[in-house]
Design a protein around this ligand. Sequence first.
Ligand code: CA
Length: 223
Amino acid sequence: MRLLVVEDERKVASFVKKGLEEEGYAVDVASDGETGLIMALDGVHDLIILDINLPGLDGLTVLEGLRKKKVATPVLLLTIRATIEDKVLGLDAGADDYLTKPFAFQELLARVRALLRRRVDTEPPLLQVADLTLDPARRAAYRGDEKVELTSKEFALLDYFMRNTGRVLTRTMIAEHVWDYNFDPMTNVIDVYVNYLRKKIDADREPKLIHTVRGVGYVLQVE
Ligand code: CA
């Protein structure tokens, strides 16, 4: 899961980014409204945490801009004011939830999870390819009856593969969905992680599921 945080207060932004990364999310940060809007319009994020009070374009204008362009990414608004009028304005503009500053990280995390779950609820609860099963709600993976222990990055990678079974995924596609903007395309991080995943999923097992497509990328499928 990849999140975007639009927040001009550096302290708040880095505290939120660090906390969410520890929970296994990829996190991009924009420190003004215009940059936030441009990044959000990419449509690669699963959730946007948007401060209302921003230099340049304020949060509500960013939100309206997104919804006008039919970007339906869930938005959690951060505000210091929490009058009824402000909330109504935000919800009218297309926000999905509100959080009043200052907030505890645990509360932010609970709301992020709730919003992401709401999105996941419309998808099949279990992902399955051959005897490989991924349970997104419980963040667990199984090969046959055996549980496969994955780090949060490996889990995110496998989740992306399984949602795109049979489709060849280029390194760029993988980077866009599983890593953040700081990802350095000159490194071999993706190949390294795919190899970790392969060891856990495919070593000593049949059928092999993760395949290299030479010069292009990777595909997860039963061959
Ligand atoms: Ca602010």
